[in-house]
Ligand binder design. Structure first.
Ligand code: SAM
Length: 219
């Protein structure tokens, strides 16, 4: 596939229109919208499909996976209330689009992907073609990455059957997990805040449809 890593007025204009669409759909955090407005999403698409990049849709990225819909990325990011310097664990790197948005907000990102081909491609595209430098890991993120815990925030970008307790233990006190939970067809977005060592507050929000989280503490 032919990829063209250039960002001209055509792509910038399309990106601005996407930001307007997200604002109209209810994304209110201007910092999140600004971050979305900076990331060249067409870099994750072959040149033939570049126009799909700025539609508010998920799109296949190979290996049976998808780049998340911009609205979903904005929605999860808004819930996290990322502050510059926050240590964030992202489970399900995929294309790396969500990773870039987190980095634009000043987070220090640890991102893990279980599919080797996606891991290899994203580990190359983000730093080499885009200048984004998260910490990449290959493996099962359903068990988190204990070696780098605790995290201020954890974001899961695939649908889980339940909230893995092992992830909650990797949150700082005051930290937050955002995870879609449900069956294969639909999941509710869930936030869990660690308010004290053994005290967690859960909120169940809107319905989404994600690819499955596959692993030891997942499907
Ligand atoms: N935000 C990403 C993007 O925009 O490209 C989303 C990628 S996709 C919706 C979810 C990803 O989670 C897939 O790449 C899938 O391989 C990955 N995944 C599923 N289960 C996983 C696990 N246990 N550990 C790490 N990654 C996992």
């Amino acid at each position: 596939m032919a990829y063209k890593f250039v960002d001209n007025y055509r792509e910038k204009g399309a990106r601005k229109r996407l930001v307007d669409v997200l604002r109209k759909k209810g994304i209110a955090d201007e910092r999140v919208l600004e971050a979305i407005g900076k990331v060249p999403r067409h870099y994750f698409f072959s040149e033939t499909f570049w126009e799909q990049a700025y539609k508010d849709i998920a799109f296949p990225i190979g290996e049976g996976q998808t780049i998340s819909q911009p609205y979903t990325v904005a929605y999860q990011t808004e819930l996290l209330h990322i502050q510059p310097g926050n240590k964030v664990l992202e489970i399900g790197t995929g294309s790396g689009y969500q990773t870039c948005v987190l980095l634009e907000l000043g987070a220090k990102v640890y991102t893990i992907e279980r599919q080797e081909k996606l891991y290899e491609r994203t580990k190359w595209v983000l730093p080499v073609k885009m200048g984004y430098k998260p910490n990449f890991f290959l493996g099962d993120g359903s068990i988190g990455i204990a070696a780098h815990a605790p995290y201020d925030k954890i974001i899961v970008t695939a649908g889980a059957p339940l909230v893995p307790g092992i992830l909650l233990k990797q949150l700082k006190i005051g930290g937050m997990l955002v995870i879609p939970v449900g069956n294969e067809k639909a999941q509710k977005m869930v936030t869990v805040m660690r308010v004290a060592e053994n005290d967690f507050e859960e909120i169940v929000l809107d319905t989404f449809r994600f690819v499955p989280l596959v692993g030891d503490k997942a499907w």
